[in-house]
Each structure stands twice: as C-alpha cells, then as structure tokens.
Design a protein around this ligand. Structure first.
Ligand SMILES: [Ca+2]
Length: 87
C-alpha cells in the first residue's frame, strides 16, 4: 500500500472512531468534533465553547449541523497547508 493510501486509511479510521460515538456513524456532531480536536490535535482543555463553534463552522460547509467525511477531509487538507506554510 502506498504512503498516501495509508494516510487516507488513517484519516478514515480517526473519523470513524469519533463519528461512531453518538448519532449517525458517518457524521461528526459538535461534541464528537470537540473530542477529536482535543484527543488528536492536542487542543487546549477545557476547550472554549466558542472555539469549538468556530471550528465547527469552518468544517460544516453545507450547514446541515453535522460534519461529513468529505467536509472533514477538506478541513484536514486545509490545515496541512496552513501548518506547512507556517514552518
Ligand atoms: Ca455538513
């Protein structure tokens, strides 16, 4: 398996781990997103509600109140560009 395929598998596994906690298993709720940010990105604890709202607004492109896998992937891609351009 190529490195890119492995990376995509990993992204999917992380998404599934949090998306399966409550509600629909293929979308992230606000609470699940907060957990993902805290556990996977080392976000500050306790994370402010406003901060979670901000992230959620950035991820939920179609405004349906949940974050789909596609929305999550485009956010991770954007984040990677931001992190790399700051180095
Ligand atoms: Ca959405």
């Amino acid at each position: 398996m190529s490195q890119l395929m492995k990376a995509m598998d990993l992204l999917r596994a992380i998404f599934d781990k949090y998306a399966g906690k409550e509600g629909a298993k293929d979308t992230l709720t606000k609470k699940e997103l907060a957990e993902l940010l805290r556990a996977e990105l080392g976000a500050q604890e306790p994370q402010g509600k406003a901060e979670v709202e901000k992230f959620f607004g950035m991820l939920d492109n179609d405004g349906d109140g949940v974050v789909s896998f596609e929305e999550y992937v485009s956010f991770v891609a954007a984040l990677t560009v931001i992190i790399n351009s700051n180095e």
